[in-house]
Design a binder for this molecule. Structure first.
Ligand SMILES: [Zn+2]
Length: 138
């Protein structure tokens, strides 16, 4: 089995995720903002976890942040990732507050650390722009 026989999965364009995917396709990183209290959140949710409002809008963020946590994936949960293991999965804390699970690209494994300043880049896969992060100057 090769990676080409099993392409990596891409997120489904659900109604909840569509504004995020549309923004990413245009090279922008977007998160939800509560229409009542202004709290930013990601991934998209129906209710604000701070004030429970259902009012929501989407807003662009800078795409800058830092590595909040990471782990190294050794297990193959999807055959599309056979050639990639072991690979790091990161939680990025965006400068604006929300966190996002993603990957870091253009970064040797030994340079990956908690607090590493990163910025978003978009990886095209099957017509979907996936946000990834790369190291940046602090
Ligand atoms: Zn709220």
């Amino acid at each position: 089995m090769s990676a080409t026989e099993f392409p990596k999965p891409v997120p489904k364009a659900t109604p909840e995720l569509l504004p995020f995917l549309d923004a990413a396709r245009a090279g922008r990183l977007a998160v939800q903002r509560c229409g009542a209290c202004g709290t930013l959140r990601f991934p998209p949710r129906e209710l604000c976890s701070r004030c429970w409002s259902r009012e929501v809008e989407w807003t662009d963020v800078s795409g800058r942040g830092e590595v909040f946590a990471f782990y190294v994936m050794h297990q193959v949960y999807h055959p599309g990732f056979v050639a990639d293991v072991p690979y790091p999965v990161v939680v990025v804390k965006l400068d604006e507050g929300p966190t996002m699970v993603s990957n870091v690209v253009d970064c040797p494994r030994e340079k990956l650390r908690i607090g590493l300043p990163v910025e978003v880049v978009f990886e095209e896969r099957e017509g979907v722009a996936l946000p990834k992060f790369r190291p940046r100057a602090p």
